[in-house]
Design a protein around this ligand. Structure first.
Ligand SMILES: [Zn+2]
Length: 441
């Protein structure tokens, strides 16, 4: 059967089941709960009591975990205050490349490979950065209240039988621990949203196709999840618009039919052409250094090197880099004569678009008139889909203002001298009083 082998180095399990020979039903439930700490005699007694309980209850699946890709980021990640969601992902790349990247950046709690082996990346109690810009039912920044599971594979391909088995077991255990109902087990494609870009004038759903098949009822049933949301609450409430109607139909189709996938994959292509932009092909990885554009004349450019997205010739082939990417959001600057709407789209005058003027003055979009917007000086920096709050004081530290995302690479600090620093580079003990913080929300 598809029970993954135990990891001998970390199991610390006094039942002495040899690696690869099976697993200890008593101890693996405490093991996942307690993070593989060495069991003490007291714990063993507890475990025996748990076994008696287990014998009296319907069988609960036990899960064994590998630490091959255990992340060095665990040390610095805060404990998550609540767990309301479980978010499913597809790596869009192979186990080694994806595992190494997920570990390096601490981008998931678990990864399940094609053989059904479950790797622990970030301790399930801590925060992993797996959702990027995300929203569900008005709640944003879902990393602070969710567990992320990466399936090795692609958004448009089926999982293996071993992956289904392993995911079912892992979810059963996580649901037992956190009481997450089935309709809050969501795919990344359901919760990801994008701020306006050159193709989308508004904040939109459709930033990711990640794990889209896992929204289908027929697929969910195979990993033991029997219900899902009937519709997208943020689109219904007008907080977001739909940027990919076919994807939206697929995510919320009631029949869970293969036809939905077939229809979608038939229209997917990695070639830019009439009606198919770089964004249509690569979504939020369009401007990534890992995305390669091969023009019809053989010229190759990375997404980072392309400046004018409207001049990419028809017939350009796009190769998207390995790994499910949540790119770090960059600060954009106004060029001479450039209108803010060419960066912030229809949300140029939103309270969630922030303008940093040369010097240290800043304005929110809703504080700008059209006339003022047209006269913003070149070099004005723009953050779309951000809130600005502060100032930071001894009594109101960054953590109080923007929560667990205070040290994310795309949380920005506007220092008293007018300079801007990324959250990943600031020392919380040394942030000067008066600093403002800009964060995705
Ligand atoms: Zn994802």
């Amino acid at each position: 059967m598809g029970v993954p082998p135990m990891d001998g180095s970390r199991a610390g399990c006094p039942c002495h089941v040899p690696a690869g020979k099976g697993f200890c039903k008593i101890l693996h439930i405490p093991a996942i709960t307690a993070g593989h700490r060495r069991c003490t005699a007291a714990r063993l007694r507890l475990a025996c009591a748990a076994l008696l309980l287990l014998l009296a209850l319907p069988a609960t699946a036990a899960v064994s975990l590998l630490d091959t890709y255990y992340s060095p980021r665990n040390r610095v990640r805060p404990v998550r205050p609540s767990t309301r969601f479980i978010i499913l992902h597809t790596t869009e790349g192979g186990v080694k490349g994806a595992g190494e990247k997920l570990a390096r950046y601490g981008e998931a709690h678990y990864m399940i490979d094609e053989a059904g082996r479950i790797y622990r990346i970030i301790d399930r109690k801590r925060v992993a950065y797996h959702c990027g810009r995300s929203m569900w039912n008005g709640r944003t920044a879902l990393d602070s209240c969710s567990i992320g599971i990466e399936m090795v594979g692609h958004h448009n391909k089926d999982l293996t039988a071993a992956q289904y088995r392993a995911l079912r077991e892992l979810l059963a255990e996580l649901k037992r621990i956190y009481k997450v109902p089935d309709n809050r087990i969501l795919t990344h494609s359901m919760v990801a949203y994008g701020a306006p870009n050159q193709w989308q004038p508004r904040s939109h759903r459709g930033r990711k196709r990640c794990a889209m098949r896992m929204a289908l009822n027929s697929v969910r049933a195979r990993f033991g999840v029997m219900s899902k949301p009937a519709s997208d609450p943020d689109v219904a409430a007008g907080r977001l618009v739909v940027a990919d109607a076919e994807l939206q139909r697929l995510l919320y189709s009631r029949d869970g039919s293969r036809a939905a996938i077939a229809r979608y994959t038939a229209t997917e292509s990695n070639v830019i052409g009439p009606g198919r932009s770089a964004w249509d092909v690569a979504r939020d990885a369009y401007n990534s250094a890992d995305t390669i554009y091969i023009m019809p004349n053989g010229t190759r450019k990375t997404g980072k090197e392309i400046v004018n997205w409207r001049t990419i010739p028809s017939g350009t082939r796009v190769i998207i880099g390995e790994g499910d990417i949540n790119p770090v959001e960059k600060v954009q600057s106004l060029a001479p004569g450039q209108a803010p709407s060419s960066i912030a789209g229809a949300e140029w005058n939103s309270a969630r678009t922030v303008y940093l003027l040369p010097g240290r003055k800043w304005l929110r979009g809703d504080e700008l008139t059209q006339k003022q917007a047209a006269r913003l000086p070149p070099g004005t920096q723009i953050l779309v889909g951000y809130r600005i709050d502060g100032p930071i004081t001894a009594r109101r530290p960054a953590f109080e203002i923007c929560g667990l995302g205070w040290n994310e690479p795309d949380t920005y600090y506007l220092m008293p001298d007018g300079s801007l620093a990324a959250g990943s580079t600031v020392d919380p003990a040394k942030i000067p009083a008066g600093t403002m913080v800009l964060f995705k929300n």
